[in-house]
Design a protein around this ligand. Structure first.
Ligand code: PEP
Ligand code: MG
Length: 325
């Protein structure tokens, strides 16, 4: 069976009837990139840069960050790399930023919300990414966006940094794309308006599940309620993908849900353009994709969206995998 899977490593990820779904890797540092590409990743769908800022006494400077981003882009050899700007604060504390203790960190001061206070830190990260962007296909992604105001502020910052680089005659790619994580429910309801502001979206199923269902993702008392197969989640997914496609924007998914091969038919059926996951799952997912057809996945997704309960969705998936065997 291992040998069978290996034949998919360097093949483009497609369903049995030739529908393309890009299978990408989640990485936390540039060292992980070569291994991810060796397992057949077709891009980096999520580079969690906050790891560069954690467990140290001061922030990494521009050159240190530039080297990390450049390394990841070089390992990608032209394949797309989505660099997510720092998702820090809240449950990911950074000692040297002196952020306040919070009683409800998941609803608090984190990610894009802290950038205005630490404007220079954010600009430095953007500069490092822009400088690295000439080494490959670079995409910038902003975490925890919940309003149009926030993305407009980010775009102003990006313009400012580009003007600085222009002035100093420092090169950066003109092809750079800007996108956002779709992980706060408000974004799903105004996704058409976000299509006017950004190039792409990636659904963060971990946080989206927690916020959509109001279930703390780290609280054991309510963990039985934390489930991305909730019909509400599936309808959100279908709406985001459909609306983004109507506006010619592409949509990926980069939470843990993407690594669950049992759920893969639903993700394919929703129309997602890309699924990003931890490297060890990539080869198996490309192989599983080969066992699916788009028409069947679409039908399954429609049915799942009509299910009233999680148990009904699960039963539907069990029934399908039983007939496939
Ligand atoms: C997510 O929320 O699904 C996600 C990918 O981001 P993180 O797990 O880093 O919060
Ligand atoms: Mg998240």
């Amino acid at each position: 069976e291992k040998k069978q899977k290996e034949q998919f490593i360097h093949q483009p990820a497609v369903t049995n009837d030739g529908h393309r779904v890009e299978i990408a890797a989640n990485i936390a540092c540039s060292i992980e990139a070569p291994a991810a590409f060796a397992t057949g990743a077709e891009g980096v769908g999520l580079f969690r840069t906050e790891m560069l800022f954690m467990d140290r006494h001061s922030a990494p400077d521009e050159d240190e960050q530039f080297n990390h981003y450049r390394e990841a882009l070089e390992a990608a050899e032209g394949k797309p790399v989505i660099i997510r700007t720092m998702d820090i604060g809240g449950d990911k504390p950074i000692e040297y930023l002196n952020l306040p203790q919070e009683t409800n960190p998941f609803l608090g001061y984190r990610a894009v919300r802290i950038y205005p206070q630490f404007e220079q830190l954010f600009r430095t990260q953007l500069r490092a990414i822009l400088r690295a962007s000439v080494f490959g296909s670079t995409k910038i992604m902003i975490p925890m966006i919940q309003s149009i105001e926030e993305i407009r502020w980010v775009k102003q910052q990006l313009k400012h940094v580009q003007a600085e680089l222009d002035r100093d005659n420092i090169a950066y790619s003109s092809q750079l794309q800007l996108g956002i994580m779709v992980e706060v429910p408000s974004v799903a309801f105004i996704i058409d308006q976000f299509c006017q502001e950004v190039d792409f979206f990636s659904i963060g199923s971990n946080d989206m599940t927690q916020y959509l269902l109001a279930v703390d993702r780290d609280n054991g008392q309510v963990s039985h309620l934390y489930n991305s197969l909730a019909p509400a989640f599936l309808r959100m997914l279908g709406h985001v993908v459909k609306t983004a496609h109507e506006h010619n924007r592409w949509v990926g998914l980069c939470g843990e849900l993407g690594a669950d091969n049992k759920v893969l038919p639903l993700l394919v059926g929703s129309g997602l353009d890309e699924i990003s996951m931890s490297a060890p799952k990539i080869t198996a997912t490309k192989a599983a994709l080969h066992g699916l057809t788009l028409a069947h996945c679409q039908q399954l997704f429609e049915q799942a969206c009509q299910c009233p309960t999680i148990a009904d969705v699960t039963a539907l998936l069990d029934k399908t995998s039983a007939t496939a065997q």
